[in-house]
Every structure is written in C-alpha cells, then in structure tokens.
Design a protein around this ligand. Structure first.
Ligand SMILES: NC(=O)c1ccc[n+]([C@@H]2O[C@H](COP(=O)([O-])OP(=O)(O)OC[C@H]3O[C@@H](n4cnc5c(N)ncnc54)[C@H](O)[C@@H]3O)[C@@H](O)[C@H]2O)c1
Ligand SMILES: O=C[C@H](O)CS(=O)(=O)O
Length: 479
C-alpha cells in the first residue's frame, strides 16, 4: 500500500468520508505513526444509523439466497486480498504475519459459515389445541445492529458479528477499536467491492468511543448491541442499553484456568499451553491465565515448559519466523510488568526475563513463573500478556473449586488421558468453552461465549445467528 492508502476515510452509506480531525494509527513494534483515519463524532454516528435504518427496509426483504450470495462474494474478495489485510493488521496490531494471515482466514470462515447458515433460518408449526387454529413460528431480523469491537482481533471480532447480522437480514453500524481501525476499513472495502449495498455495513472510526456509542445506545432505531471487550465496559454498555431495551450480546473478559492432571501427556500439555498462552503475545480473551499442575508431574512439566518458552522468537511481526510480537501499547507492558513484580514479591520464582534489550516497540519476552499462589495478581486479574504463572494442586476436586473461584467463566482447559477425568472436569468447570487436550478451540462452527461475568450470548455456530433474530408467533384462526 502506498502512503496515501494508509490514510483512510470512514465508511458510511456506501461512501468514504474524510474529516479535518484524524486519529493517528501507530505501529506497536516501532511506535511509528503509519497512517490515519477520521476521528468521527456524534454527527457521523447519526449518519451511520440513518444509513443503516434506511438500508434495512430493502435488505430485510432480500431472500436468504440473495444474502448468502453476497456474503459468499465478500468471502471471495477478502480471500483475494488476504495478504494485504494481514500485512495491515500486523502493522497496526503487531501480531506476527503468520498469525495475522491465520486471523484473516479465521475471520473469513465466519462469513463463509453464515453465508450457508442464512439459508437455514427455519421457523416451525406447532399443533394447536384448537381445531380452528394453526400455530406458526417465524424468525425475523431484529433490525439495526450496533457492533463495538476490540483491538486484539481486528478482523475476526468484526466478521463474527457482521456476518450473522447480515445473514439474518439486519443492517449494521460498527465502531472498531481506535488502535486498529485500518483492518476494519479494509473489510468494508471488500464488502463494497463484493456489492453489499450501501448502508448495510457502516464503519465509524473514532477516539471518542463513549460519544459515538452513546448516540447508538440512545437511538431507538438501533435494536441490538453486540459488544466484545472488557467486562467493565460491557457492564457499562449493558446498563445504557436498558433504556431502550435493546437485545444485547456481550463477549467479555476471561481468566482461563489451564489444568494439567496427574495422568496428562506432558508433551501435549506443554504444546497446548504454548498454543493457548502465547497466541497474540498472550493478548486473547481465552489465553491460559492460571496454570494448575498436579504436584506429581510438576517438575517434568516445568522443565519442558521453560525450555519451550525460552525457544520462542520475539520480534517485529513482519520478521521471518517471529512467534511473539509486541504488546499493543505501553500501558499493557506496565500492567504485565506489575503482575510479574507482584508475583515475585509474594514468593514466586521467575524463569527468564521479560526485558527485550534495545527494543523500540512495546516488546516483552515470554516468561514462566513457578511457586505461584492464588493471592497473586496474575491469578486474579486478566494478564493479557506473555506470562505463564504455574501453581500446583494435589486433588482434582480442590483444583476445580480454585478454577471456578472467579467472576469469569469464558474458557478453561484440562489435559488428561482419562475419559472419566475429561468428563468430570469439563462438566464441573463453570466456563462457556472447555478445551480437553485442546489449546485452540476457536472455530466458526462452534458456539463461542462465556458464563458469569464473561458475557451473554454466543457467537459462531447456529447459536450465533439467533442473536440477530426475533421469534414471531402467528396464531391463525379459521372463521
Ligand atoms: N470474549 C471475547 O470474545 C473477547 C474477545 C476479544 C477481547 N475480549 C476482551 O476485550 C478486552 C481487551 O480489549 P479492549 O482493550 O479493546 O477492551 P475495551 O473494553 O477497552 O474496548 C473494547 C471496545 O469498546 C470501546 N469502548 C471502550 N470504552 C467505551 C465506552 N465507555 N463506551 C463505549 N465504547 C467503549 C473501545 O473503543 C473498543 O472498541 C479484554 O478484556 C479481552 O478479554 C473478549
Ligand atoms: O480474544 C478473544 C477472541 O475471541 C479469541 S478467538 O480468536 O476467538 O480465539
């Protein structure tokens, strides 16, 4: 992309708008400004709802097959621009290019999945208790959807919302994270190129998140809020959405326990932990956050884990074979460093050093902490960084109680070779997602979401489509 292309307009009603006020986009690996996007405000927020509301009239009347064909076309266009989108994602979010390509494909798999699911929005007929009546149940699109998304998966968190919304016949207004707007606008470019009509997808980039989202929450034409981000912000938006009784979906914070049972395959457990813990430099909502290893296998596990962590390559996402990119900003680095300092102060042992000598970006080397206890901050708060805190246990029931002792309930992991243990753990862990011998459970065909304060609703699978549908009951009486 040439320099001009790094300065993009926001996308409303099928047009690209530029504003005098802009937001700089920073490369977290170099701290350099690589581009800019418009700093949208109340005016652009209202324009977006106007466009989505107007487009809903026609879009909601299209057939499932017409919507499916356009989603399929969008999928094809993204596929054709995969390398470009991945490169831009690496430049604005920092993840290694290989991971960015993986995310674009993962994001695109939701579009593919919902292109197919659009044709399977079934209703039902129910036997009536009166011979003169017939009972029909229809599914109809909820209407205009407001989507708010985070920076850690700049593509997937957007398509995981927009694809089912469009499949259901809804139209959308989206506010991407201020740190990663370019990927969102590239997805909109692909949708525009695919022929998705003006007003069906609207992207408002802004540094004034509260102002823009408040416009959408206050507007009764917006029927649904779907939010992915931190639990505190999710609670705030949930309260505000109540004023107009909007349908809501929340994908919030996690604090994933990763349990290595006495009979675990240690090699598989270490491989699964590396996959879960260090993906996106530890900046995912389902990263292993608390590692519990059975006392009987602690030494062999720790030795294998520290060797594997030491071998991980840290660097810019554009450099070959890099596995760990930078964190998103300096605040993230400070938060992770605080958790390391707190753990050491409370008696943990640090294996390795987080310091990257002479780095220009927000880099931290992955480290392991052993001798960790539940009173340490890294075992109580989402880390969102490359720390692997290892605690031990002796009794399965005890470790399940410890794993469940948190307001969060998004993802959990257990490694065991026993079918009995696999079911005992997975059925007693209070989490929406349980990986059994699997450190990477996320796929479009499965329902992704949390229990407790990790969220409401599900994304992916046919469950994810229901979030954008109203159920209408038609009672038909013969007269
Ligand atoms: N459960 C999931 O699927 C999932 C996926 C990705 C990230 N997350 C969570 O997201 C968090 C990291 O992402 P983040 O730092 O972008 O979260 P965040 O909550 O700070 O921001 C998320 C989005 O909300 C917007 N926002 C922030 N404050 C707002 C306000 N007052 N009003 C309206 N909008 C506001 C931001 O601009 C951004 O677009 C972590 O807690 C992570 O666990 C969860
Ligand atoms: O960070 C949270 C994402 O939802 C993780 S995943 O990409 O869905 O695995």
């Amino acid at each position: 992309m040439n320099q001009q292309e790094w300065n993009k307009g926001l996308y409303v009603n099928g047009e690209w708008l530029t504003l005098a006020e802009t937001i700089p986009v920073q490369n977290p690996a170099t701290r350099e400004v690589i581009g800019s996007v418009p700093d949208g405000s109340v005016k652009e927020a209202k324009l977006a709802v106007d466009a989505a509301h107007k487009a809903f009239e026609a879009w909601s009347k299209t057939t499932a097959y017409e919507r499916a064909a356009l989603l399929e076309r969008w999928h094809q266009v993204i596929e054709s621009r995969l390398d470009e989108i991945a490169f831009v994602m690496t430049m604005e979010q920092g993840k290694p290019l290989a991971e960015a390509k993986g995310e674009v494909q993962y994001a695109n798999s939701y579009i593919k999945w919902y292109a197919e699911e659009a044709k399977r929005i079934y209703g039902e007929t129910i036997p009536a208790s009166s011979g003169s009546k017939r009972i029909l149940v229809q599914k109809q699109p909820v209407g205009v959807v407001a989507a708010i998304t985070p920076w850690n998966f700049p593509a997937a968190m957007i398509t995981r919302k927009i694809a089912p919304a469009l499949a259901a016949g809804c139209t959308t207004v989206t506010k991407p994270a201020e740190q990663t707007p370019l990927t969102a606008l590239l997805l909109a470019e692909c949708a525009h190129e695919a022929g998705i009509p003006a007003g069906v997808i609207n992207i408002v980039t802004t540094s004034k998140a509260g102002e823009v989202v408040d416009v959408w929450l206050d507007d009764s034409r917006v029927k649904k809020l779907t939010f992915t981000g931190s639990t505190p912000v999710g609670k705030l938006l949930m309260r505000k959405a109540a004023d107009t009784v909007k349908k809501i979906s929340l994908e919030l914070g996690g604090l994933a326990p990763f349990i290595v049972a006495e009979d675990a395959n240690i090699e598989a457990a270490v491989k699964g932990l590396i996959q879960s813990k260090f993906r996106n430099a530890g900046q995912t909502c389902i990263c292993a956050n608390r590692i519990y290893v059975h006392e009987a296998v602690k030494e062999s596990f720790l030795q294998a884990l520290t060797q594997a962590v030491e071998a991980l390559r840290v660097g810019k996402g554009t450099e070959d074979k890099v596995e760990i990119g930078p964190l998103i900003d300096d605040r993230a680095v400070q938060k992770v460093q605080h958790q390391i300092d707190d753990a050491i102060a409370k008696g943990a042992t640090l294996h390795g050093s987080p310091v990257v000598e002479g780095s220009t970006g927000y880099f931290m080397k992955p480290v392991v902490l052993s001798g960790v206890t539940d009173d340490m901050v890294c075992m109580q708060e989402e880390t969102f960084g490359p720390i692997a805190p290892v605690s031990t246990f002796t009794d399965d029931q005890e470790v399940i109680q410890r794993a469940n002792a948190t307001p969060y309930g998004l993802a959990a992991y257990v490694f065991t070779q026993s079918l009995t243990k696999a079911f005992y753990f997975s059925e007693n862990l209070e989490y929406g997602i349980v990986g059994v011998n699997d450190g990477g459970p996320s796929v479009a065909q499965a329902p992704f979401g949390g229990m407790k304060e990790s969220g409401l609703g599900r994304e992916g699978s046919h469950h994810g489509l229901e979030e954008y549908l109203e159920v209408k009951y038609i009672s038909l009486q013969f007269v």
